[in-house]
Ligand binder design. Structure first.
Ligand code: 3PY
Ligand code: MG
Length: 259
């Protein structure tokens, strides 16, 4: 078995320079995570901020993605850092925390994600131990390196605090939320995930992450956009949501049937 199993494979792939293309799952049904993992996505994100996924659904989704052979990532609700600890105990390879606006908030998030000396994560690796294949002592020694804490940058405050957030020990990467960022940068005038202002922010984030030796990630609404953003130095990109994939396939097949 590869050291650290499926869980550690996400950090290894990102650090090895291979882009990770992820499915975004908001339907609270583990079979969807399993199916998308089997269908070739590199990782599956369980969406607790805006999706229907609850804590039990996220924990089952993590296990289901593993059944499909892929690592799971969980996006937690805003400020819900205790859930971050819970999902990594269940085997999530990474947590995305929305609306991190300062170095202090990044510090708080990292505290729930990392064991001392990097943070104050409480011990209880319930399901992650068998998934990694580690004995407790080895898990404790290695977990901080492969359990990824990813802070979302999606406000003006966060862009101003980018260096502080990136300099926070225990924060591994930055994730751009382009829709919220477009709203913030236009003072509430538009929501446009591909606006010129968002594009400029993406360039800035990629350069800042690189300068800090950390990785950049972003929400992308399509495969085309994910391809472009990955080429711009982003290590982790969403490709599509479960709901969008369903709608696209449904419309496409129905149109053929009715032709
Ligand atoms: C955003 O674009 O604001 C996000 O949080 C992506 O879901
Ligand atoms: Mg957002």
């Amino acid at each position: 078995m590869i050291e650290g199993g499926i869980v550690a494979s996400l950090a290894r792939r990102i650090r090895g320079g291979e882009p990770v293309f992820a499915a975004w799952v908001g339907i609270n049904e583990p079979m969807i995570a399993e199916q998308l993992a089997r269908d070739g996505f590199d990782a599956v994100v369980m969406e607790m901020q805006h999706g229907a996924v609850d804590v039990a659904g996220a924990l089952r989704g993590v296990a289901a993605a593993a059944l499909g052979g892929k690592p799971a990532i969980v996006r937690i609700p805003i400020g819900d850092f205790s859930t971050a600890s819970r999902v990594i105990d269940a085997g999530a390879a990474a947590v995305i925390a929305p609306m991190i606006n300062s170095g202090a908030e990044a510090r708080q998030f990292a505290d729930f994600m990392k064991f001392p000396p990097l943070g104050q994560r409480s011990w209880g690796p319930r399901a992650v131990l068998p998934l990694t294949g580690y004995e407790p002592a080895d898990y404790l020694r290695n977990a901080n390196a492969f359990t990824l804490a990813i802070a979302m940058v999606e406000t003006r405050e966060a862009m101003a605090a980018l260096d502080d957030i990136l300099a926070t020990p225990g924060i591994d990467g930055i994730f751009v939320g382009p829709s919220d960022l477009s709203i913030a940068l236009s003072n509430g005038e538009v929501v446009d995930a591909q606006s010129p202002a968002v594009d400029a922010a993406l360039t800035k984030v990629a350069a800042a992450a690189k300068a800090h030796g950390k990785f950049a990630a972003a929400f992308c609404h399509s495969g085309e956009r994910a391809n472009e953003v990955a080429r711009r130095g982003f290590s982790l990109c969403s490709v599509a949501t479960d709901q969008l994939l369903l709608r696209l396939a449904a419309r496409q097949e129905l149109a053929k049937a009715r032709a």
